[in-house]
Design a protein around this ligand. Structure first.
Ligand code: ATP
Ligand code: MG
Ligand code: MG
Length: 317
């Protein structure tokens, strides 16, 4: 364990998460750059943690062990982890992952000169769908899909990050695996996952399932497609999405056939097929949302050149 701590040369802060800091570091053994997420237990829970530390950490380790087995080109790869101790009482985990030099999707979409073209959008849709399908195939629900949790590599490929950690830390912070109470759940959602922007309506009722990730995925697709645009600045649009899932949950009248219309009049996914797909993915009734396989097929289909783009041949005459 101690050798692990000496193995990495910390260079700078990459991000500040809700439960820790992510540092850029150099692996002295391989020479590679890595990202290290440092997850510390809350000191306000010190007494509880002291009593239950080994069990909670064991559970977190179990979760992390599962993540170590994941391997997909669109899922951030975890390389290793190690436990560390600060002073006598604080315990935490260092989670070592591959380094993504182009930052996160939120940062990308907020910068003005980075609107991806249609083909790039389709490619990113496919990458995210494929990564998420893989995660689901391993029995994991992400629960916290949002642009800051999607990282961009030096070759502009997307990697889904933060997989399973929400649950791992949930286990660390609560005393047991029992279903959380309403208030603790909401507290959890706001403290751990940050803004409830991307949450599906059923999440407000604590029914989180794989289709809830599909709902979040649709919002991310729309962001990729629409932002940044003068009509739809990322910040303002975020405020709008803040309430989409909640709106659908609270107000039956808003459970339209076309949830996309809940955005704003300025919202304009020009492609009808895309709009149709997003509408299906954002349905209130999660049973009706398409599976990732269906989404994949739809995107592949959209990716094919449209008839008017095909060169017309004289054969048709
Ligand atoms: P939150 O719970 O608020 O989502 P978190 O503590 O789970 O945050 P991450 O989402 O994993 O932390 O990372 C926080 C930020 O750090 C990311 O948005 C990203 O900007 C940066 N970051 C994380 N991992 C990497 C990485 N492997 N390469 C480059 N940057 C990274
Ligand atoms: Mg995160
Ligand atoms: Mg997180």
């Amino acid at each position: 364990r101690a050798s692990n701590e000496k193995r990495f040369l910390f260079q700078s802060i990459l991000g500040q998460g809700s439960f820790g800091t992510v540092m850029k570091a150099k692996d002295k053994v391989t020479g590679d750059l890595v990202a290290i997420k440092i997850v510390k237990t809350h000191s306000s829970l010190l007494d509880r943690i002291l009593k239950r530390r080994s069990k909670e950490l064991a559970e977190a380790h179990q979760e992390v062990d599962m993540l170590l087995k994941l391997s997909h080109k669109n899922v951030l790869h975890m390389e290793s982890y190690y436990e560390f101790r600060v002073k006598l009482k604080e315990v935490g985990l260092c989670i070592v992952t591959e380094y993504c030099s182009n930052g996160n999707l939120q940062q990308y979409l907020s910068s003005n000169d980075s609107k991806p073209g249609r083909d790039d959008c389709m490619n990113w849709y496919l990458q995210l769908t494929s990564g998420l399908a893989y995660i689901h195939s391993k029995g994991i629900v992400h629960r916290d899909l949002k642009p800051p949790n999607i990282l961009i590599t030096s070759s502009n490929d997307l990697k889904i990050a933060d997989v399973g950690l929400a649950k791992a830390v949930w286990d660390l912070k609560t005393e047991s695996n029992e279903a959380p109470s309403d208030t603790s759940f909401l507290h959890y959602m706001s403290s751990i996952t940050g803004t409830p922007c991307y949450m599906a309506p059923e999440v407000w009722e604590e029914h989180y399932n794989t289709s809830s990730d599909v709902f979040s995925l649709a919002l991310i697709f729309i962001m990729i497609r629409e932002a940044p645009s003068p009509l739809l600045p990322v910040g303002k649009w975020n405020e709008r999405t803040d309430s989409i899932g909640l709106l659908l949950y609270r107000y039956p009248d808003s459970r339209l056939e076309e949830p996309v219309s809940l955005f704003s009049p300025s919202f304009s996914v020009s492609d009808q097929k895309e709009k149709l797909l997003f509408n299906k993915m954002l349905q209130y009734d999660y049973h009706k949302r398409p599976t990732l396989q269906e989404i994949m097929t739809e995107i592949e289909d959209m990716r094919r050149p449209r008839p008017q783009e095909l060169e017309t041949t004289s054969d048709e005459d």
